[in-house]
Design a protein around this ligand. Sequence first.
Ligand code: NAD
Ligand code: IPM
Ligand code: MN
Length: 360
Amino acid sequence: AQQYRITLLPGDGIGPEIITVAVQALTVIGKQFDLDFSFQEALIGGSAIDATGSPLPEETLKLCRNSDSVMLAAIGGYKWDSLPRHQRPETGLLGLRAGLGLFANLRPATILPQLVDASTLKREVVEGVDIMVVRELTGGVYFGEPKGVFETESGEQRGVNTMAYRSSEIDRIGKVAFETAQKRGGKLCSVDKANVLEVSQLWRDRITALAADYPEVELSHLYVDNAAMQLVRAPKQFDTIVTGNLFGDILSDAAAMLTGSIGMLPSASLGADGPGVYEPVHGSAPDIAGQDKANPLAQVLSAAMMLRYDLNQPAASDRLEKAVMTVLDQNYRTGDIMSEGMKLVGCQEMSDVLLAALEG
Ligand code: NAD
Ligand code: IPM
Ligand code: MN
């Protein structure tokens, strides 16, 4: 059997509940496709702070680097919200992304036909939506220097972050985006704020220059405010979207709601080489943690992305995605995707029916 070392990062809140479901599903898939997964758990986020004082222990990064792939659930929670920045759970996640060089974050927002009625938008607006958001993940205002809270000469405090991109950073995410668009619908929309920001003007110029290498991809540009509006107004105009770190964070949450719930949206964070990190787009949902209410399907679909991108097992990935379709066809719904006439289940029961669908 093909062997794979997978590092699991359950994190905080609903993280442990949902990652268990994905691990159980992968275990069944492993038997069916003769894949030998060895799972190792490591600490990140709030639970790592509690155990070690650091949101990203050196050991965790080392384990991730030495594995074939990494599956992360979610980090964060009220308990750690008032810690200094370097000790916050979110800083651990950013350190993981930077430490593994994961500059490209692929966030597919596809509406499944079974969930059209779970969307808050009208059927005719969302039916058939299939968007890939390519978010730059290791640069921009999340990482730019200077950053911090500084004392001014008049004795005021001044909070500073810097939105900066080097041309090489724009070019490498641009290439991923053009290649993604090439394999999909052939349309790429680059989102920026070039009417106001210098960093966005450079972004637009570099993306425009790259287009010459991809004559079969149709490139367009939108300002981010208009893009947010267009996503809700007429989302079917989009195929592939490429944008910077902060705009991508915001637009992918908005795109998530086209699909019914953020609990359905997976993602893949990829670097130039080495293992990727596969994580749902949503967070640790502290408001429903420990109540068996979380939708585990974003995590399960993230595992499917891992099978496809890192492990090169497309048939196994298809099988897992098909099992998700089956449970939705059987009308099972967690609260976040519930609609009239459907069967309401918790995380655990969703897991049970998913495993049954996989075995069946
Ligand atoms: P969130 O995504 O955790 O939750 C937003 C809303 O969506 C909540 O009402 C939540 O209950 C719901 N929700 C999210 N995932 C769900 C699921 N799988 N099933 C059902 N409902 C779900 O965002 P937030 O509340 O703004 O942030 C909570 C914490 O998570 C914060 O500490 C934040 O920093 C962190 N966070 C982490 C990640 C990550 O680990 N990648 C991403 C986003 C936010
Ligand atoms: C995400 C999250 C993270 C981000 C936070 C928790 C650091 O919102 O993965 O979308 O902003 O990138
Ligand atoms: Mn986010």
